[in-house]
Every structure is written in structure tokens, then in C-alpha cells.
Design a binder for this molecule. Structure first.
Ligand code: MTE
Length: 332
């Protein structure tokens, strides 16, 4: 176990991105993934609707990404958020990605991450382990866009449109065995390109875990796009987890491996400091972090603080997952 004295996500409020005007980006609706992939998740796709285009034009898609033509995808309006979208430039320039540095300005450092070829390994308690390239995976998955709230444990928050697919679709593809209880997820480990991974006091690679019930909950999402474009490297290209009812550190980036297991994974931050960061990490305004309050959150790019909600406002989807777990530390 390592103890890190100062982490980037403890930067003072003054390090925040300055106030900027909210701009709702133009929505172009395009259903690109058809046939069997869509049929694979009828309930979710049934919730998809088109949204009228409004607002300003989108910034250019990242160069050299072969999936640029896939986006934007149809927005699923089942997942509504009552506050405005964060500005794209804020969400893509104020990041936590310790592989590239323990501060918020890792955007340019992250550009060295090679995202093709990119292979994801599926193993552990599955019918048959396999590896799949990101572009083959994308062809099999039902792509959609969802706007979710996002709440970092550091008490900053954003509201962003992720593109991607329900994690459940990937779990179904993996065919886990009946005894599998947890999903263990792993980020790439390449200290040659990721300077943060040369800092040997961190327990690389970054790993995270979910119970099977969490992984197959309808909210659990794998993002492959952001703001109607392939997800930028600094946000976790080419695929990252999005679990909006949990603190941001559960949302593991740049996945290379998903393993099914009957043992609860020890997560990256739990290995570093278990007294502050646990396995569950569900958002709860009434349970303070040992060193700061979680009662409110600062909206990225706005500076304004709003009240934090239990399960980040997603209780109707997830509270039932935890009803028999009173003895667990569900909120750190
Ligand atoms: N995933 C990896 N591999 N490495 C990281 O350092 N940071 C986490 C999470 N996923 C992190 C990670 C934390 S602390 C947060 S708050 C979110 O990513 C930030 O996501 P964003 O940069 O897209 O806002």
C-alpha cells in the first residue's frame, strides 16, 4: 500500500477552469448502427428519440480516428438531466488521468497515447476468453448518446453527452459464468509513453471493479465518444467506463481488459488509501470525505455550486442495488 501526500484531485478551487458561457451544441441525429446490434438491446433503444438541432456548431473531430464517421449517434432521452451541458472545452481540458500526470492539465501529454491498434481482452470466469479489436467491438455494440451528470470525489461536477453502449451489451458478449460476482477492469500499462506510470509509488495499472448487478444495471455505460465525436484521449479513448451514480474515480479510462471473477477487486485508489477511497464510491452528500464536505459540488466552467444529490440523482435506477448491504461502506 502506498500513501500519496498530495494528489492532483485535491487541487484548490482556484485551479478551476474560469467561468464560461454555456453553449448547447448542435445535435445532428444519425442512427448508424443497425440490424442485430440494435435488436440486442430493445428496451434501451426503444427509449431513443431524436432531439431537434439547436445551438452552435460542434468543434472538429480528432484527426486520425477511424471512428469519426460513426458520430453523432442517436441521443437516448430516457436519461434526462435538468442542468445545462458543460462546455466541451471545459470537459476536455480539465481532466484526471494519472497515467499522464497528477494534475488537471494532462490534455497535451495524453495525445501520445496510441489508440490503434487497440485490443480489449475479456477473460476470467467466462465461457471462453477472447480478445477483440476496438473497431470490431464497435460494430457489434448498440451505439447511443446519453447525457449524464458526472460527480468527481473532489466536489467538481459536469454534465456531458457520452456516446457509447450499455456495459450490459459487453457483458452479454463476454458470456460470464454463473459464479462470476464481479467485473474487474484494467487500463493500459505503458510507462514508455505514459509518464505518470514511471512513478513507481502508484500501483499501476489503474484498476476498478463493479459487482455484476452494477455492471448490468442499465445506467452503466461504456463511452467511446463525447460531444458527438470519438472520445478524446484525455477523457479515456478509445473506451472508458461511465457509472454516473458513483464518484468519478470509478469511471476508469482507456480499458484494455475486463475480467470476470468471484473475488472483489481491490481498486487503484483503494490500494493507495483505503481509509478515503473504497470499493463502492456511491455519491452521497451526507457522507463527507475525511478531508472535505460532499454536500455540494462546483459546476465545471460555471463556478456556481449546487447541492449534491444522493446517488448523484440516479437513485431511482440504482438504490435497489444496495438495499441489503447496510454493513458495507457504500459511500466512500
Ligand atoms: N482512469 C484512469 N485510467 N486513470 C485515472 O487517473 N481518473 C479518474 C477517472 N478515471 C482516472 C481514470 C478520476 S479521479 C476522474 S474524476 C475521472 O476519470 C475524470 O474523468 P474526465 O477527465 O473525463 O473528467
Amino acid at each position: 500500500m502506498h500513501f500519496i501526500k498530495k494528489r492532483g484531485w485535491e487541487l484548490p478551487e482556484s485551479a478551476a477552469t474560469p467561468e464560461s458561457v454555456f453553449v448547447e451544441r448542435r445535435r445532428l441525429v444519425k442512427a448508424l448502427v443497425a440490424g442485430p446490434a440494435l435488436l440486442a438491446a430493445p428496451a434501451l433503444i426503444a427509449g431513443c428519440e431524436e432531439e431537434a438541432p439547436k445551438g452552435a456548431a460542434r468543434a472538429a473531430a480528432p484527426k486520425g480516428d477511424p471512428t469519426a464517421g460513426l458520430y453523432p449517434v442517436t441521443r437516448n432521452l430516457r436519461y434526462r438531466v435538468e442542468r445545462p451541458l458543460s462546455k466541451e472545452s471545459d470537459a476536455t481540458s480539465y481532466n484526471n488521468f494519472y497515467e499522464f500526470g497528477s494534475h488537471k492539465s494532462i490534455k497535451s501529454a495524453a495525445q501520445v497515447l496510441p489508440i490503434r491498434p487497440w485490443t480489449v481482452k475479456i477473460d476470467g470466469m467466462v465461457e471462453k476468453p477472447f480478445e477483440i479489436g476496438i473497431d470490431d467491438l464497435l460494430k457489434k455494440m448498440p451505439l447511443e448518446e446519453r447525457i449524464y451528470r458526472f460527480r468527481c470525489v473532489e466536489a467538481w461536477a459536469m454534465t456531458v453527452p457520452w456516446s457509447g453502449f450499455p456495459l450490459k451489451a459487453l457483458v452479454d458478449l463476454a458470456k460470464p459464468l454463473a459464479g462470476a460476482k464481479y467485473l474487474h477492469m484494467e487500463t493500459f500499462n505503458n510507462p514508455k509513453i505514459a509518464s505518470g506510470q514511471r512513478q513507481s509509488w502508484y500501483p499501476w495499472p489503474y484498476v476498478e471493479g463493479l459487482t455484476m448487478a452494477e455492471a448490468t444495471n442499465e445506467l452503466a455505460f461504456i463511452a467511446t465518444g463525447l460531444y458527438g465525436k470519438p472520445i478524446p484521449k484525455q477523457n479515456g479513448a478509445p473506451l472508458r467506463l461511465v457509472v454516473p451514480w458513483k464518484y468519478g474515480f470509478k469511471n476508469i479510462k482507456s480499458l484494455v481488459r475486463l475480467s470476470f471473477t468471484d473475488k472483489r477487486p481491490k481498486t487503484f485508489w483503494e490500494a493507495i488509501q483505503a481509509s478515503e477511497y473504497g470499493f463502492w464510491a456511491n455519491v452521497n452528500p451526507e457522507v463527507p470525505h475525511p478531508r472535505w464536505s460532499q454536500a455540494s459540488e462546483r459546476l465545471l466552467g460555471e463556478g456556481r455550486r449546487v447541492k449534491t444529490q444522493l446517488y448523484n440523482g440516479y437513485g431511482e435506477f440504482v438504490a435497489s442495488l444496495y438495499k441489503d448491504l447496510e454493513n458495507e461502506e457504500l459511500f466512500k
